[in-house]
Write a protein that binds this ligand. Sequence first.
Ligand code: CDV
Length: 320
Amino acid sequence: MSHILTVAAAQMGPIQRTDSRDDVIARMLKLVEGAAHRGAHIVVFPELCLTPFFPRWYYETMEEADQWFDTQWPPAGMQAVLDLARQKGVMLQFSYAEKTPDNHHFNTASLVSRHGEEVLKYRKIHLPGHAEYIAERPLQHLEKRYFEVGNLGFPVRRLDFEGVATFNAGMLLCNDRRWPEAWRELGLQEVDLVMIGYNTPVANLDVKHEQPPHLKVLHSNLVVQAGCYQNNCFAVSVAKAGVEDGHAMFGNSIIVNPFGEIIAQASTWSDELLVADCDLRLCHVNRASTFNFSAHRRPEYYRRIVDQTGWKRPEHTLTV
Ligand code: CDV
């Protein structure tokens, strides 16, 4: 066993409304081919990697929005990508808009073994944005309209990639990466590798507060680096990048090690592969010291984290 898992972040440039599913699949095939050529064991694609980021468009009814949802697994066209991955002996993680047979809608990520079987599914829990059209917003973000909160929790699966490594895999989607609770859910299951797909716009979503673009990149890096350090894991954090439907997404895909260091970073807003060797033994360094959960966690003092959603400020004010 080598302990080295080679991971690829398959950043994708924009997917325009006019692009066909076949166009997208052709790009994914090229990325898988390239990743396999560079020795990757796992290839990770962005959030909603088969469609444009459609929650920026308002549809009156779910029936209209349904054009962006896939009702079967694997989603339309994906079999060709899974076949290539199987032929090359690589695992895949991809994400899509899922409509279940009983008419539920989720923002879903799927992890597929090198034999073509789905081995882990995750449905996004921290849905950002709003459910109704808001006229004064320059950019709508209607994830709360089109998706339900994921119903699978934060699952972690122990996987034996025969001859390479045994590791614990988990997934997050976009906004989830900003929430320490999501990371700790995975960390408590001894996750070694967190796969994250995202679509993060450059534009301000908050109409009342201007945020310069550099802060978007800072915050994205900050949360992934902190998540890895505090939970003793690697992360592959992969963007859909570039100008899609006139709206720029900042890209900046990264791969991060358990010390919180960025070990690979995208430099374009296009389809781009980042490949990194992850020595899984590094996950155990802080598990035996600073972040030895068994020795140092104090859950008896963390009740508020699960019992409370919003803020409760102290009742009394002390004059000082
Ligand atoms: N797709 C996302 O979840 N995007 C959010 C935006 C709305 C800020 C993100 O956290 O990047």
